[in-house]
Write a protein that binds this ligand. Structure first.
Ligand SMILES: [Zn+2]
Length: 226
């Protein structure tokens, strides 16, 4: 077997075809139980340009992922701030282009929790009133039952048929226009519980440049995960 510039894991199962997944630590090939090794090797070789492109993109995204370290740049409301850390009573504040985190414990896990708590508090103070404001403009405030914030692994927002809207507090790092779009998106689900053409028409009518926000989330979404 040849040496690949990446870690290759082969998982065999009762399947008929070969498929490649890009993982955090390399590449996984899922293969049928009896697939001969040379078949797998040829497949990987054939897909190599695609694999290398994907791995490079992933590496770049990983390097841009949020790190709470002195001097790192951090997004807040779509603007970049330089992070300044110091020891003391817990407090987070913004001043011009600096984000100050004063913390009892200058340890990454603790800082992340502290920062996430602060984002949640900012969301309650700034994000929630905006949800009610937009709901009222759209004439949907009587349909909204509650607004909640929860950090989930995969979703920016969520809406139930009963009118419970949920948003990811990490969105406080995104520009206000992106939050507005997501609010409108979830509110439109109160009328259409799907992503049909009618749904997107309603989104566009209330948020004409929503595609820019979608684009922002695709390009920068990974920066706000912590
Ligand atoms: Zn949706």
């Amino acid at each position: 077997m040849q040496h690949e510039p990446f870690k290759l894991t082969i998982t065999r199962s009762k399947r008929k075809t070969l498929v490649i997944y890009i993982r955090d630590d390399g590449v996984e090939v899922r293969a049928p139980l009896m697939a001969p090794q040379n078949w797998i090797d040829e497949f990987v070789e054939l897909k190599k340009p695609w694999i290398l492109k994907k791995l490079k993109l992933q590496q770049q995204k990983n390097s841009e992922r949020l790190k709470l370290e002195e001097g790192e740049t951090i997004l807040y409301c779509g603007k970049l701030y330089e992070l300044k850390l110091s020891q003391g009573k817990n407090q987070i504040s913004l001043e011009q282009d600096k984000l100050y985190i004063r913390s009892r414990q200058l340890e990454e896990g603790y800082l992340k929790k502290q920062f996430q708590q602060w984002l949640l508090q900012q969301a309650k103070e700034n994000f929630e009133p905006r949800v009610w404001q937009i709901a009222s403009v759209m004439g949907l405030d009587d349909k909204v039952q509650e607004v909640k914030f929860r950090k989930t692994k995969t979703k920016w927002g969520h809406c139930t048929t009963k009118g419970a809207l949920q948003f990811n507090p990490l969105l406080m790092m995104a520009p206000a226009s992106v939050r507005d779009y997501l609010i409108i998106h979830e509110l439109c689900h109160l009328k259409y519980m799907n992503h049909s053409k009618s749904f997107w028409q309603l989104v566009e009518a209330n948020c004409p440049d929503y595609q820019e926000s979608e684009q922002w989330l695709k390009q920068h979404g990974h920066r706000v995960w912590c």
